[in-house]
Design a protein around this ligand. Structure first.
Ligand code: PNS
Length: 160
């Protein structure tokens, strides 16, 4: 039986840290579905379509990776996709409280779906989509934190 995990997030935009987690997740699961949350309540830099394109551009060559978008509950999307687990990356302690809440709520909503955390690679410990956008907005160089095509799109957004 194929073991599928869902790797959810905003991916606004995808970073090298996300890619590292997805690749390492493939050591544990046969298939990883990267699922972009379509959250109308948030004001993202990139549209869901742009985020999907960037994910596809950065990871299309990797066997076992699929892409999806979702709204509503993550556990419903996981169940629909026959995923047995939610995959999340954990960086510093600051991530822990939110991730703990998320995992416990998801478990309450669907006890069949486990959450699996992978520690972010040391290189990416301070990498987040938000901090990358903030640095890039003011002209900072983020080229070593995101795939080249993402870097190009960020520069185009900020006109730099
Ligand atoms: O990259 P992010 O923004 O940290 O990802 C957060 C995400 C998408 C994993 C989380 O917001 C989510 O799963 N949202 C969907 C709604 C849901 O199921 N929330 C958890 C139970 S209330």
């Amino acid at each position: 039986m194929q073991r599928t995990a869902i790797y959810p997030g905003s991916f606004d935009p995808v970073t090298n840290g996300h890619i590292d987690i997805a690749k390492r997740g493939l050591k544990l699961f046969d298939r990883i579905i990267i699922a972009i949350l379509n959250n109308p309540g948030k004001q993202p830099l990139f549209t869901v379509q742009e985020r999907l394109e960037m994910l596809e551009e950065s990871m299309s060559g990797i066997d076992g990776i699929a892409f999806d978008t979702f709204d509503g509950l993550l556990v419903d999307c996981a169940q629909k996709s026959n995923a047995i687990a939610v995959l999340r990356g954990m960086r510093a302690v600051s991530d822990f409280e939110y991730e703990f809440q998320l995992a416990l709520m998801n478990r309450k909503l669907n006890r069949e779906i486990e959450t699996v955390f992978l520690m972010t690679g040391l290189r990416w410990i301070f990498t987040s989509s938000s901090i990358i956008k903030e640095a890039a907005r003011f002209g900072g160089d983020v080229s070593d934190m995101v795939p080249p095509e993402v870097n190009r799109r960020i520069k185009a957004k900020f006109g730099s």
